[in-house]
Design a protein around this ligand. Structure first.
Ligand SMILES: NC(=O)c1ccc[n+]([C@@H]2O[C@H](COP(=O)([O-])OP(=O)(O)OC[C@H]3O[C@@H](n4cnc5c(N)ncnc54)[C@H](OP(=O)(O)O)[C@@H]3O)[C@@H](O)[C@H]2O)c1
Length: 246
């Protein structure tokens, strides 16, 4: 008997990295999972295959969650695949990049804010009407950078600070519907997308009390906690999974 038996979950940006691990960990606990991707159909299909082989249920759905029309389709395809309701939404899709002050451009600002902030808000807006009357859990993947701010990453840090604030505000707004909203904030985690940051992560290692860089499963298992009834009195909050690094 899994902690998420019978639940339907959407994980955005789940074709690789942290999102893929979240999808797999939710499925291990019995959730039926929609594995969203933007362009890596192959990656999405591979995650679905791993889940299915392990005895779980999943489908891959391609949708750019910075685009309202794609978000609507993602919600509709979820409902078609697994019945009417959505119990768990994990907003994980995100982009990051170095933007020292002199390199900030309107295009780069909008690329990050359109997905990390606006896309997250619009996905929540589209999903909430399909949560059951008893509520559910929304998990927004932020970052340690949202609180600490990273030199050379002011735009990215600002998007993740916004994710924390949105989680607090929407936790209050959606609490009466029984929908919990929290941010889950990783420290440095080795992923496909973060491969270029490996030397930088190595430098950070000496400042991480638990002495290692994170792996996607560190975040996946924390997401199970926030998705399940084990966290039934936690909302409008932020959990940091970062080996003690702040
Ligand atoms: N890695 C870290 O150290 C770290 C630390 C703190 C926070 N985070 C946060 O954790 C999340 C995942 O990071 P990661 O390192 O696992 O990233 P990643 O390896 O680059 O994977 C990103 C995922 O997001 C998807 N994606 C990108 N743009 C999308 C869009 N417009 N619509 C739908 N999906 C989209 C990608 O799909 P395609 O493959 O199809 O493009 C991919 O599945 C992000 O929100 C990131 O900010 C990461």
């Amino acid at each position: 008997m899994g902690k998420l038996d019978g639940k339907v979950a959407i994980v955005t940006g789940a074709s690789k990295g942290i999102g893929a691990s979240i999808a797999e960990e939710l499925a291990k606990e019995g959730a039926k999972v929609v594995v969203n991707y933007a362009s890596s159909k192959q990656g999405g299909d591979a995650v679905v295959e791993r889940i299915t082989k392990a005895g779980g249920k999943a489908v891959a759905v391609g949708a750019d969650v910075s685009k309202p029309e794609d978000i609507s389709r993602l919600i509709e395809e979820t409902r078609k695949a697994f019945g009417g309701t959505i119990d768990i939404l994990v907003n994980n899709a995100g982009v990051y990049g170095l933007t020292p002050l002199e390199a900030i451009t309107p295009d780069e600002f909008h690329r990050m804010f359109n997905l990390n902030v606006l896309g997250l808000l619009l996905t929540i807006q589209a999903a909430v009407p399909h949560f059951p009357a008893k509520g559910g859990s929304i998990i927004n993947i932020g970052s340690g950078a949202g609180r600490s701010g990273m030199a050379g990453m002011s735009v990215y840090s600002a998007t993740k600070g916004a994710v924390d604030t949105i989680s607090v505000a929407l936790g209050k707004e959606l609490g009466p519907k029984g929908i919990r909203v929290n941010s889950l904030n990783p420290g440095p985690v080795t992923t496909e997308g973060a491969a270029d940051y490996a030397p930088f992560f190595e430098q950070m290692k000496s400042q991480i009390p638990l002495g290692r860089i994170g792996v996607p499963k560190d975040i996946g298992t924390a997401a199970v906690f926030l998705a399940s009834d084990d966290s039934s009195w936690i909302t409008s909050d932020a959990i940091f999974v970062a080996g003690g690094f702040h």
